[in-house]
Design a protein around this ligand. Structure first.
Ligand code: TYM
Length: 333
């Protein structure tokens, strides 16, 4: 079967609803038809300087959330990036075919380094996209299910694969991004023109999958909307309502048109919010319960991850050997 690969950074104790709807729902849908690899990208998370104990905890809890959200480790390969050294090995090779200016133009790098300033910005943040390209190219990946914010990184990955193949001979498969239309950019509830983001200043805009239901209910009920008082879908003029409609549609399976009809008339913002809160709780309550169960048995979780790493390494080692040979590294012992 053709392969998919995707990953999330273990930078926080909980995923947010954007990670879940923008990426994970598609991972789970696609794992039936693809040979799927889901990586917890702990090396990427190291770029923000976590405490070692935090990184350990978050790496496990992120893996647990993959599984709680429906990734089946019997069908799909669930693994931790640092367990497969081929990722950093290939990243070095890719660094050497990436232009400095090309890397400097990555908008995520510009955002993050802009916030931190030159002194606070480490080189890992700069080479981040080439490590991500390595994650993808090592598995001869056909499709990469991600949210909208990863589009530019995917374009770079495709450029690097094409450039490598042109210079050194056909080595890498050129991957496609799979970016779902309606859920590719879930917005902050407090600032509905900005994406829901783990690093946002205002955490009140984020629905965290592992928060207590009452916390999320409160966040949904205080979501920023507008004063126009009519439920219509207009992402430009009414970004808050559009975001709530998209979240509702994604969780309930109802179409946006159906929902706009249902909440037609005056003073229906409260009803819409109440229903969205209810739908969020319906997914997150069992999700959280399953995560608690998985985290309660870290030895079993570590066994799943070790088995995943073993399977991932088989594939990754073969691709890396091809790439090493292509660039002219001598065969090792
Ligand atoms: P990360 O950890 O920031 O996010 C994980 C996934 O969630 C998606 N996402 C969103 N989708 C919709 N609305 C939002 N508000 C939202 N916020 C986040 C992201 O697009 C992503 O799919 N660089 C990646 C991790 C990575 C990776 C990879 C992904 C490393 N190597 C290889 C795919 C393939 C990142 O920082 O994702």
């Amino acid at each position: 079967a053709p392969r998919i690969l995707s990953g999330m950074q273990p930078t926080h104790d909980s995923l947010h609803l954007g990670n879940y709807l923008g990426a994970q729902v598609n991972w789970v849908r696609m794992q039936a038809d693809f040979d799927a690899f889901f990586c917890v990208v702990d090396q990427h998370a190291l770029t923000v300087g976590p405490e070692p104990e935090e990184l350990r905890r978050r790496t496990r809890v992120t893996a647990a959330q993959y599984i709680a959200g429906g990734v089946d480790p019997e069908k799909s390969t669930v693994f931790v990036q640092s367990h497969v050294p081929e990722h950093s090995q290939l990243a070095w090779v890719l660094n050497c075919i990436t232009g400095y200016g090309e890397a400097a133009r990555m908008t995520q790098f510009k955002d993050k380094s802009g916030k931190r300033g030159a002194e606070g910005t480490n080189v890992g943040l700069f080479t981040y996209p080439m490590l991500m390209a390595a994650d993808i190219l090592l598995y001869d990946t056909s499709v990469v299910p991600v949210g909208e914010d990863q589009r530019q990184h995917l374009e770079l990955t495709r450029d690097l694969a094409g450039r490598f193949n042109a210079r050194y001979g056909d080595t890498f498969r050129i991957p496609e991004a799979h970016i779902p239309g309606e859920t590719a950019k879930i917005m902050s509830l407090q600032e509905p023109t900005a994406k829901m983001s783990k690093s946002a200043d205002n955490q009140a805009g984020n629905l965290m999958m592992l928060d207590e239901p009452k916390v999320n209910t409160k966040k949904v009920k205080s979501a920023v909307t507008d004063t126009d008082n009519a439920v219509r879908f207009d992402a430009e003029a009414k970004p808050g309502i559009a975001n709530l409609l998209r979240i509702h549609a994604a969780l309930s399976g109802d179409s946006i048109e159906t929902l706009v009809e249902r909440y037609a008339g005056e003073n229906k913002y409260g009803a819409l919010k109440g229903d969205v809160a209810e739908l969020v709780i319906q997914v997150q309550a069992p999700f959280k319960a399953r995560v608690d169960e998985l985290i309660g048995d870290p030895a079993e979780l570590d066994r799943v991850l070790a088995a995943g790493a073993e399977r991932a390494r088989e594939v990754a080692a073969a691709t890396l050997a091809r790439a090493y040979d292509a660039v002219g590294f001598l065969p090792g012992a």
